[in-house]
Design a protein around this ligand. Structure first.
Ligand SMILES: Cc1cc2nc3c(=O)[nH]c(=O)nc-3n(C[C@H](O)[C@H](O)[C@H](O)COP(=O)(O)O)c2cc1C
Length: 400
């Protein structure tokens, strides 16, 4: 079950060209089983019809503060009090100014003033408007008051200008909603997560790698970020986009991953090595493409740097957690690896199964600790597994 599941989300839609993108946000919220109540401003209704938002949200769209029927069915105070989250996307310069100044002259500004729920604003406007002294000051005051923001993206705007002002990508807005509503067991912690495979070059076009997709490591990084940690994700080559609101360092080889993880680990509280680092590399990769003609089909291999072992030898006060992908004798191999590499926990999964592990969106894992405790996390999404792993690590490792 995701963070937004069962949550009451009030979505304010204001009068900008990007109002049509609110439809996609409503759909995403519904997909995650949130109950969505849309408040559409009078200007917003110039850009998008209440019917579209009502059909997608499966709730009546509220527009008028003084409407007798909607006020009797779900009044403005009840709407404000029931909300777990108030989002405004897109947020015009006008609504931002009204909220900052304490103006409550329509349904949306009144609900924002009457709510105790966190408020998340996704501004969208012309670049000059966004750069104006009034908007800058309003945003900075609201930030100090604890309002949450998703900064607009840069690019070509509907008005023809180029610059920051385009409504942030819907995925980013959704992720900020999850961050705002998540509990924060890792607040103040710095964590490093590695993900994906590494690629060890045979020549400039060929490499040795493995089937890791990076999905489990990315889920671990995203979840740590939602839980309040400052996260560095060190990723080998994957097709996954950089997750928003955390630092991603892209690497290719085990050697590059070693350098990036070691550097990021210096001031970290925990390092979680989720990456499937290649065990072998070609001894002396060819500087030019190897030609088929005249090739004797033999490649001499050498071991890659053992990142976990090196981190285990210089652990300091950091928690060090490994992942183990096993096909046989899962428990014995995982526990043996944990001891050999001086880990504080190991998360093991059976990669011989086709329904979990590599490339799959799901996983099922066993977490082993050096004191003999074992926690089993049953089959669920990798995001769900990541929640379970962080909560288990938090209870065992960070509260000692
Ligand atoms: C075609 C058009 C596009 C507009 N786009 C934006 C916009 O992207 N951002 C913005 O802050 N205002 C925009 N405005 C101005 C707002 O619609 C106007 O300030 C309005 O009062 C906002 O009301 P509301 O905040 O209650 O929705 C636009 C106006 C027009 C006519």
């Amino acid at each position: 079950m995701g963070v937004l599941s069962g949550k009451e989300v009030v979505l304010g839609v204001t009068g900008g060209i990007a109002a049509y993108k609110a439809c996609e946000i409503v759909r995403e919220l519904r997909k995650e089983s949130a109950n969505v109540r849309v408040i559409l401003t009078a200007s917003g209704a110039q850009f998008i019809t209440p019917l579209s938002l009502q059909t997608l949200s499966k709730n009546p769209v509220v527009m008028d503060l003084f409407n007798l029927i909607s006020e009797s069915e779900i009044g403005h105070i009840s709407l404000a009090q029931r909300a777990n989250l108030v989002m405004i996307a897109p947020a015009t310069a006008n609504i931002i100014g009204k909220i900052r100044s304490g103006i409550a002259d329509d349904m949306l500004s009144t609900v924002v003033m009457a709510t105790n729920a966190p408020v998340l604003l996704a501004p969208a406007m012309n670049a000059q408007m966004y750069a104006s002294a009034a908007v800058r000051e309003n945003l900075s005051v609201l930030r100090e008051r604890g309002f949450h923001f998703v900064e607009p993206d840069e690019g070509e705007l509907a008005c023809g200008t180029v610059g920051p002002g385009r409504l942030a990508d819907g995925g980013k807005i959704m992720e900020m909603a999850r961050i705002v509503l998540s509990e924060k067991p890792l607040a103040g912690r710095k964590v490093v997560v590695s993900a994906g495979p590494t690629a060890e070059h045979l020549d400039p076009v060929r490499f040795l790698s493995n089937r890791a997709s990076g999905k489990m490591g990315f889920a671990m990084a995203r979840t740590a970020c939602r839980f309040g940690a400052s996260v560095t994700l060190v990723s080998g080559p994957t097709s996954l986009p950089d997750p928003p609101f955390l630092r991603t360092v892209r690497v290719r080889t085990a050697e590059e991953m070693f350098t990036a993880v070691t550097r990021a680990a210096e001031d970290a509280d925990a390092v979680v090595m989720c990456a499937a680092v290649a065990d072998f590399r070609a001894k002396g990769a060819a500087p030019r493409k190897i030609k088929k003609e005249g090739f004797d089909y033999r490649v001499e291999l050498a071991p890659t740097v053992d990142i976990l072992e090196s981190l285990g030898k210089n652990k300091g006060s950091r928690a060090l957690v490994g992942f183990a992908a096993e096909t046989d004798d899962l428990a014995r191999n995982a526990v043996e690896k944990m001891r050999r590499k001086n880990l504080d926990a190991i998360v093991a999964n059976d990669v011989s199964r086709t329904d979990i592990g590599f490339e799959s969106d799901n996983n099922e894992v066993r977490i082993f600790f050096p004191d003999g405790e074992v926690r089993d996390l049953p089959l669920c999404t990798k995001d769900g597994i990541a929640v379970g792993v962080w909560l288990a690590l938090d209870g065992k490792l960070f509260r000692r």
